[in-house]
Design a protein around this ligand. Sequence first.
Ligand code: NAP
Length: 318
Amino acid sequence: MTVTGGRGFLGRHVVRLLESAGADVFTFGSDQYDLTRQSDLARMYADRPADLVIHLAARVGGIGANRDNPGTFFYDNAIMGIELMEQARRTGVGKFVQVGTVCAYPKFAPTPFSEVDLWNGYPEETNAPYGLAKKMLLAQAQAYRQQYGFNAIYLLPVNLYGPGDNFDLQSSHVIPALIRKCIEAQESESGSVEVWGTGTPTREFLYVEDAARAIVLAAERYDEADPVNVGSSEEISIRELAELIAELTGFRGRVVWDRTKPDGQPRRKLNVERARREFGFSSTTDFRTGLAETIRWYRTARSGVPESSAQAASPRVR
Ligand SMILES: NC(=O)c1ccc[n+]([C@@H]2O[C@H](COP(=O)([O-])OP(=O)(O)OC[C@H]3O[C@@H](n4cnc5c(N)ncnc54)[C@H](OP(=O)(O)O)[C@@H]3O)[C@@H](O)[C@H]2O)c1
């Protein structure tokens, strides 16, 4: 089987889980096969024909990265997915798992977000190009199932966090950014950290190992056209999140809210019933425990002490 993006944050956990179950997994980086190039993509399928493709490769990032690169986020994510699924169909791949994103949901979808509301509005503007590019791949998966009988499934993970996340402040999501800021403020004995927005929006987070388990379960058990949310269904405000991370990192200073920066989507919380019903997934990692583990991993990675698992990749900490 092939896992694209298998060297990324989520990908490493998916590959590790599959390999621990005895699977022969082929994965690669964009330096070997650039999936935005048709010729590389054709070469990849020719080099390693696969029964199952799990497509995780993507251009991803937090609000800042989305705002600065809307064209790249749209083009790369759309073209990689469209071409990869088309070539999968043509080369006889048996099953294709497309990993989408919560950013595809309408800005004001009723909470908890239910899959039936996915098309009822435009996504939040800062991440719309990314969310819409990935949402088109749902239309493609359903069209290919209808016309060609191609078994493509579509998952909608919520915001992920955990060991191996991207801690580069230019592109990171909110949890690694807050962890890094709190730890660096402690080290420099600064009395405050600055956080984007007002703190009032809410988010839901899923521990990356739970997300990997959901993807593997869906690959094994789910063969339907309908998209499926993958989350924890636990909602927390960004203000509460900042307080919790400050507590867990031991940062005792002030959190200063930069209200000139965007908040992003007002609320995020998923209805996760379909995943439970269709392939038996529910998240098991308590949020506090997952955060503590992420902080522990980041401190170890910063100190340069190698770990011995898939979690050992060095953090992106530009
Ligand atoms: N992180 C989240 O909170 C989150 C939430 C919902 C959904 N997702 C989805 O989960 C998937 C994985 O996200 P992630 O956070 O693990 O991202 P990530 O750490 O940035 O990993 C993405 C991977 O995609 C590869 N890639 C990017 N462009 C490529 C190209 N042109 N050709 C080949 N490979 C390319 C990268 O390989 P190189 O490093 O070699 O370039 C990288 O390993 C994505 O589909 C994302 O949309 C993520």
